[in-house]
Design a protein around this ligand. Structure first.
Ligand SMILES: [Zn+2]
Length: 266
């Protein structure tokens, strides 16, 4: 089911950790961002768009993690953009003969059968200096930053006051650092600073997973995520409900502990 969150911006929420797919209405059709998780969800979304008379004219993937690079044939054959780094990362994955097995290892077992892999990762890289998605609709600014995953990008639709945050600024997930990067903590803090820099223009924040929030939520989430990362940097224990005894996802405190161990071993 599509829910309107701003003028010409709709969200479809998946059962799998509240993954949000975003639809932005343009002049001749829609831009579809992080299209979804399961085959049925994507087919339903394609049907909803068809009923609205709104074909998909372009896609965008916020970052090269499996849950953000899926696609279904019913959306049609259109350019699926991402940053140059995102596309590079996907090219590298797909060039490996055992890529399907590697992806299968990290899929949630309860959904694995329902996740279509055949169109995974065909991302068209935007030129490295690109600041916008090339499409016929409201201007969508690409805010690339190094946090969570290589080539991660948030999108700002200024005229609609919407920030699409990718896997940043979630109310249910704590920051997942890019532990393959040289400076994951500094990168994350820089990325939050970058998002804070556009916060004045935002009235709706859409995270890759979790609830859509307003302007106050945006500020609160930036503060909350910054506090978490700073505590990690300083070797303390975060007072963060997302990884405490009342965590909204019961497996999350374990991931937090794992993240701590990984950082300690660097
Ligand atoms: Zn994700």
């Amino acid at each position: 089911m599509l829910k309107q969150v701003a003028d010409g911006v709709l969200v479809h929420e998946s059962e799998f950790i509240q993954s949000n797919s975003v639809v932005v209405q343009g002049r001749a059709g829609v831009l579809l961002i992080d299209p979804g998780i399961t085959r049925n969800e994507m087919v339903d979304l394609a049907n909803d768009l068809r009923e609205l008379g709104q074909p998909v004219v372009a896609g965008f993937s916020t970052h090269p993690d499996w849950d953000h690079v899926l696609w279904h044939a019913s959306f049609g054959v259109v350019p699926r953009y991402g940053t140059a780094r995102n596309a590079g990362s996907m090219r590298e994955l797909l060039s490996s003969p055992d890529w399907q097995a590697r992806v299968a290892e990290v899929l949630p077992p309860e959904y694995a059968e329902e996740i279509p892999m055949d169109l995974l990762g065909f991302i068209t890289g935007l030129p490295a200096e690109a600041t916008q998605i090339p499409w016929d609709g409201p201007e969508v600014r690409v805010i690339e930053h190094q946090a969570h995953a290589t080539g991660h990008a948030a999108l700002l639709i200024k005229e609609r006051g919407v920030l699409i945050a990718g896997d940043m600024l979630s109310d249910i997930l704590m920051p997942f650092l890019d532990l393959e990067a040289a400076n994951p903590i500094e990168d994350y803090l820089d990325a939050l600073h970058k998002l804070e820099g556009v916060a004045d223009t935002v009235t709706v924040v859409i995270p890759g997973h979790g609830s859509v929030g307003g302007a106050q939520q945006l500020r609160a989430r930036i503060e909350q995520d910054r506090a978490y990362v700073q505590v990690l940097r300083d070797g303390g224990v975060p007072e963060d409900f997302r990884v405490g005894p009342a965590a909204p996802l019961e497996w999350l405190p374990d991931v937090h502990q794992w993240q701590l161990q990984q950082l300690a071993q660097r």
